[in-house]
Design a protein around this ligand. Sequence first.
Ligand code: ATP
Ligand code: MG
Length: 320
Amino acid sequence: MFLTLTPNPCLEKTFRVPNFATSGSFRIGADAIRENVGGKGINAARVAARFGMRSIALAPLGPNLREYLQKLASAEAFELYAIEVEALTRTCHNVVSDTTSTELLEAGYPLSVGEGTKLFEAWRAHLGACEMALIGGSYPPSDNGAWLQHASILCSMARAANKKLIYDGKGEAFRRAVFGAHSPWAIKPNVEEARELLRTPIETRDEERAAVRQLRHRGIELVLLSCGARGLWVGWENEIEWFAAPRVTTVSAVGSGDSLCGAFAAKYLETGDVWESVRWGVAAGSANAARLEAASVGPDEVAALVPQVRRELGEIRLMN
Ligand SMILES: Nc1ncnc2c1ncn2[C@@H]1O[C@H](COP(=O)(O)OP(=O)(O)OP(=O)(O)O)[C@@H](O)[C@H]1O
Ligand SMILES: [Mg+2]
């Protein structure tokens, strides 16, 4: 079983608006609107479930959207486990036009201390039964920094339970967890998130590679540094390798990283082979970019792209 936790879930609304501009009024037909249960851990669970892996997604859900999100999830292959909270659940909008994609992301609404404890309890209750776990996305905002240590404790709990944990996060809670006493097994920052994590500029391929090396030296066993349409750096065991992404006609790349994580987890649990699973992860990210819906890719469309993922050993060795 693949277990995910999404501390800051959302109702994800995707609109296709061909002539979208930043001012004006746009009427959008129902066929150009997609609604999904969203948030990075939920997205990863959806993709892993499409790959046939039993997946449970834990998320705090507020009274405004709890029933609706559970209804949307009931049509899906993953299991959504609602941690019932009073804090409202956010809505995130993605407007896809012919040439641009514009995201309007509500930051989220603060959880109470008691609600944070409920997250710990749900995590502890489910960890024992999973083979791999993932924490996905940001934390809801908090005025007093109450959440900054929360993710570190979740990581410690996964370590104590001897579970492989992927953390696809951002912000200060992520940073503290990654560099805390019990760092996760794997992380999947994109370049911007890696900059924030290491507080260093990352502009060139050499700097990307150096960032992977630095994160490996900080104790992360598997570093997946994703670089959008270009591809993925992988730091694992004694190697740092580049996987070039298949070229696709991009519709919306929102959720490509989540698709990568979900497909990677499903394939890793099936094969135990990091390099093979990475190949599927990269292909899943690209398949996602070719679609309107975020993180809804399935095994057939991904399998079609796997042969186009190029592992570029020679080039990387030259860069040593
Ligand atoms: N436009 C694209 N064309 C082809 N492949 C893509 C494209 N965008 C992303 N990918 C693939 O998906 C992977 C993950 O993408 P990206 O780096 O954008 O993740 P991300 O920023 O974490 O996304 P998100 O957080 O929205 O899920 C990339 O490493 C690449 O393999
Ligand atoms: Mg991401």
